[in-house]
Design a protein around this ligand. Structure first.
Ligand code: UDP
Length: 381
């Protein structure tokens, strides 16, 4: 039997879209072997004409350096009266390029993991006149922007009640929606190895409770300041009451800075790690910016979360998601974060365990496999 072709459309605006696309690709391979040939492309950067191909670069600039302006754009884009004519214009501008992509890849089904490509791809598909199912996998946990949604999609996968409500408000029909969870790497679907084994292998202290600190894939935010405060807090009156694992992601400057520091408690400083599911399984809580991927992974591993910051717009809703579900807390103050961790590892140990149990209930280790199974059903029907 010849394999069917699936094309995943993503773009490198933040790490999450690529990570989700790769998780889906891995999920198809794991569940169906070579039944599907799954390719991932960066539609915006590699295939669209100027100025559309500049959008990812502008996003990185705004989200990191001018968050207030990013928030303004994000909010303005929520108003259909403004967003709709702009998207129609973009769709017309992009149509010849997208038709070329369709001719090159000849996909039997298209999956989008990016909010900006729906209108333009469905417009080009419509012009082509050939039916190819189009599926949306929303990679934001909660505050999904209306541009994610399009009534012509065959299916749309959302990860939370809030995202589902937003989809319905944006005009999706209930029968188009599926709610499993974010597409997380298949490693998280496996039962982790015993904690003692992992801690030995990872070079951690066998006994002390451990806080895992990170700033997304790029290691952004005040990771260094939080690390210093948490380490000092865990040092307490002289005897360490916890240990610290810092993941700097792709931020090499941060890595060099933290590697050269002396720490008052057992501390491991890593660059980008490829075994996050092991590190999470070996730790007791996570301190992170409000990235959807890290939060969903922490839930699966049953780790309470302290959110230390957020990107305005798409990550804002992740704060009530964590706080209202009582699986963690939000604070941007490094000293307050340190006090929280110290309490969690000390007099509030029972509360930490209760939060961990609630987190495990909220996480869905099988979400990626459930998503790929549903998509395979579309192709089988
Ligand atoms: N991550 C990783 N190794 C690292 C740092 C981060 O695998 O060294 C992964 C992390 O597990 C998560 C993703 O990168 O899956 C970060 O996604 P998130 O949505 O939290 O933040 P983003 O970086 O996309 O803003």
């Amino acid at each position: 039997m010849t394999s069917q072709k699936i094309l995943i459309l993503m773009s490198n605006t933040g790490g999450g879209h690529r990570a989700s696309a790769e998780a889906l690709q891995a999920g198809f391979a794991r569940r169906f072997g070579d039944r599907f040939q799954v390719e991932i492309i960066d539609l915006l950067i590699d295939h669209l004409p100027w100025p559309l191909n500049q959008l990812p670069k502008s996003y990185a600039l705004l989200a990191n350096y001018l968050p207030w302006l990013w928030r303004l754009l994000w909010k303005t884009g929520e108003r259909q009266i403004i967003a709709s004519p702009l998207m129609t214009l973009a769709a017309r501008w992009a149509a010849p390029s997208i038709r070329r992509v369709l001719r090159t890849y000849e996909p039997d089904l298209i999956i989008s993991v990016h909010p900006l490509v729906q209108e333009m791809t469905l417009y080009a598909l419509n012009q082509e006149g050939r039916q190819r199912p189009y599926v949306i996998v929303v990679t934001d946990l909660s505050t999904a922007h209306p541009l994610w949604f399009h009534p012509d999609a065959r299916l749309c996968f959302v990860a939370s009640e809030e995202a589902r409500r937003r989809a319905l408000r944006a005009g999706m029909r209930p029968e188009q929606l599926r709610q499993f969870g974010l597409p997380i790497r298949p490693a998280f679907a496996e039962t982790p190895r015993a904690r003692e084994v992992l801690r030995r292998e990872l070079g951690m202290d066998p006994e002390l409770p451990a806080a895992l600190l990170l700033g997304g894939g790029e290691g952004i935010g005040p990771v260094a300041r939080i690390a210093r405060c948490v380490a000092e807090g865990l040092h307490g009156q002289g005897t360490p009451i916890g240990q610290l694992v810092i993941v700097c992601g792709r931020n090499r400057i941060l890595l060099t800075r933290l590697k050269n520091r002396r720490w008052p408690v057992p501390t491991i400083v890593n660059g980008f790690v490829h075994n996050m599911s092991d590190w999470m399984a070996a730790c007791d809580c996570v301190i992170t910016k409000a990235g959807p991927g890290t939060i969903a992974e922490a839930m699966i591993r049953g780790l309470p979360v302290i959110l230390s910051g957020f990107i305005p717009g798409q990550e804002e809703g992740n704060i009530p998601y964590v706080v209202d579900n009582r699986v963690g807390a939000f604070s941007t103050d490094p000293e307050e974060i340190a006090r929280l961790v110290t309490r969690w590892f000390g007099e509030e140990r029972e509360e930490l365990a209760a939060m961990a149990a609630r987190a495990r209930e909220l996480g869905n280790p099988r979400s990626t496999l459930q998503i790929v199974e549903e998509i395979a059903n579309v192709l089988a029907s």
